[in-house]
Write a protein that binds this ligand. Structure first.
Ligand SMILES: [Zn+2]
Length: 376
């Protein structure tokens, strides 16, 4: 019985994903795409229609007889939330299953905000987003953290830019308050996820998003899956070190890329008119991103929109310099571009991370059993 249930779940997950990618799609086409028997497709479709995850779209036929129904995801069948915490405050969105934002909200505070102030603001923001309509069916919340997170345990570990935000069991706190499944991500992974669902990485399986601002990090996708690493802290590009540079980093070590090249440092160099040092630091960025590309061989590198703060000419010369660091065999096939997603990219990524989990689990994403978390 258990085995049959597992097979059914796998078929349901597979069909939901195919409907999302090929909608509106007929049952016959789903059979061609999946190899699943028509009878099973009919049963799964019936359940998905009843659960309001899918809707049927009827096309007019010239011949008389039964009309052919095409299946598509029901946009307002479920809603998901995405909330990003940054050094400047909180940004949140509520979206439907097609990624259309129906409500967004922001709350500002500074880097000196304490843990209680952040948690109270978070509660205010989520409550306001959920007040959109009592009728909507909420399927999950994606929380995006500015620092290191323990993805499996759902704990915000620490952030070098928001010192009061340390060892916060954020997944448990939010799940207990709102009774919704919560997906925790760090900001670079969430922004890469936003690009994968709504941006330039749609349909691209191997790509890297380079986050740039107060910190520097990268979100990596390989073979269509996010790369989180053994302790879910992969992508700390800003803490790779530049030899011979003795400037102290917030992480406690010396010569980290972030300490030398983050936006506040380069902005100061620009204001001072120190062209020579500015060019050297841009070269450090190009070499590090080029090294990353040589290791991972992505087909696309998306640079954070914040790189445009350097100036358009500087951003263009950075892209050229990155390409020069890449093996010639790779260069012609690799695209380096700047993100087109706006300042809500982090919150969009939080919501996209929930959609990713929902479609991967066939909408059986549940809140973690609190007991299991306490024992861990
Ligand atoms: Zn560092």
């Amino acid at each position: 019985m258990e085995k049959l249930l597992t097979i059914y779940r796998q078929q349901r997950q597979c069909l939901l994903k195919l409907i999302l990618d090929h909608q509106p799609v007929s049952r016959g086409r789903l059979r061609q795409l999946s190899g699943i028997r028509l009878g099973t497709i009919g049963r799964v479709a019936e359940n998905l229609l009843q659960e309001k995850l899918v809707q049927e779209h009827f096309q007019k036929k010239n011949r008389p007889g039964r009309r052919a129904g095409l299946l598509e995801i029901k946009p307002e069948g479920r809603f998901v939330l995405g909330v990003e915490l940054t050094v400047h405050g909180l940004s949140g969105v509520l979206m439907n299953l097609l990624g259309e934002v129906v409500k967004s909200e922001e709350i500002s505070f500074g880097a000196k905000a304490g843990r209680e102030e952040i948690l109270n603001s978070l509660k205010k923001l989520v409550t306001s987003l959920l007040s959109f309509s009592p009728e909507v069916c909420r399927a999950g919340l994606g929380f995006v953290d500015p620092g290191l997170v323990d993805f499996k345990q759902g704990v915000s570990l620490y952030s070098t830019i928001l010192p009061s935000w340390k060892n916060v069991p954020i997944k448990k706190l939010l799940e207990e308050t709102y009774h919704l499944p919560v997906v925790l991500s760090n900001s670079e992974q969430a922004k890469a996820m936003a690009e994968r669902w709504f941006g330039q990485a749609r349909g691209v399986d191997d790509f890297v998003f380079i986050e740039y601002g107060e910190g520097i990090a990268c979100g990596i996708f390989a073979r269509g899956q996010p790369v989180r690493g053994g302790q879910s802290i992969a992508g700390e590009l800003g803490h790779t070190r530049i030899m011979g540079e003795a400037i102290r980093c917030r992480c406690g070590r010396q010569g980290c890329l972030e300490a030398l090249c983050c936006w506040p440092v380069l902005r100061t160099l620009r204001e001072k008119g120190d062209r020579k040092k500015l060019e050297q630091r841009l070269q450090y960025l190009a070499v590090t991103i080029g090294n990353l590309a040589n290791i991972l061989n992505p087909s696309l590198i998306i640079l954070d929109r914040n790189f445009l703060s350097l100036g358009e000419t500087e951003a263009e010369s950075l892209i050229r310099a990155i390409k020069e660091e890449i093996l010639p065999e790779e260069r012609s096939l690799l695209e380096v571009t700047v993100s087109k997603l706006g300042p809500q990219i982090g919150a969009l990524g939080g919501a996209a991370s929930v959609l990713e989990e929902l479609f991967a689990t066939g909408f059986e994403l549940k809140t973690l059993p609190v007991k299991a978390q306490e024992e861990a």
